[in-house]
Design a protein around this ligand. Sequence first.
Ligand code: NAD
Length: 306
Amino acid sequence: MNKCDFKVAIVGCGSVGATAAYAYLLSGTVTNLVLIDIDKSKTEGLLLDLEHALAFTPNIEIKASNDFKDCKGAHLVVITAGRRQKDGETRLDLVNANKKIFSDIIPKIAKSAPDAILLIVSNPLDVMTYHALKVSKFPKNRVFGSGTVLDSARLQFHISRKLKIHPSSIDAYVLGEHGDTSFPVYSSANILGRSLRKFEGFSKEMEKKCYEDTKKAAYRIIHDQGYTCYSIATAVREITEAVFEDQHKVFPLSVFLEDYYGHKNVCLSVPCVLGRNGIEKIIKVPLDKSEQKLFKKSVDTIKKFL
Ligand code: NAD
């Protein structure tokens, strides 16, 4: 492989994994893609379907496998393997099933791709990120979860519709658990430096509603469609691009905390600078008293499941 090559393995090629593969294909984010699933026929079907699109897309190498040895040489391994929520279940309800799967697959991935970055997507996201870090014994900059990148995109979308401003111009983030104790950081949310709380046309009621819609989003989509895949797959593509291009872009990712407002030995989402080596830096953002309380609630919740 030459120095511009970027190999990614997707482990778990269900709804999220397959859609992430499709997102990579459309934008040519990777040069080599390995699709791994316990169900080999699933990856073989997906492979053919994706390959038949190659006449219209950037030309990438794709391989289907159920052998973790094929992670060899991967710069990044995206892990979406595991059970997903059924209608009405919380993410934390998946903990036992998915911890068991991770205990089996992480050592195999770590053995065949010892220098890879692990991007965790399976739920409960923060618990699985912590588990992957401990089992792989990889350095903490190389194991992180997609975290509240998706929650933040959802919040930006809902605010954008109220204000009629593009979501990417809305500097508002959700931090903490990727789950029911996540919280929006409205105290510093802004649009090009103008505080969202002082923004013309934005109100306390809107603040509450935008976050409620964000928090309920996955439940609503799972109820209606059975699963979520497009938004998370697009977020995975963005995160992957930031690694490949060494962008040093900031994302709210689930990372191991050593002293974040005094919290440690837990994985939760906080703003991180992301580059070719994974997490380059964790940024300590100002949180007001109520946000600090909500952060602690996320920490306490996740710690019960580690
Ligand atoms: P899915 O059931 O469609 O796919 C899961 C895939 O994992 C299946 O193809 C299955 O065969 C595979 N798998 C199971 N055990 C495996 C093993 N030991 N080795 C390899 N592959 C294995 O589920 P999905 O909708 O794609 O969701 C996958 C995970 O992602 C779930 O845990 C879900 O909750 C999570 N998710 C996270 C986010 C997020 O924002 N982080 C968003 C959506 C879904």
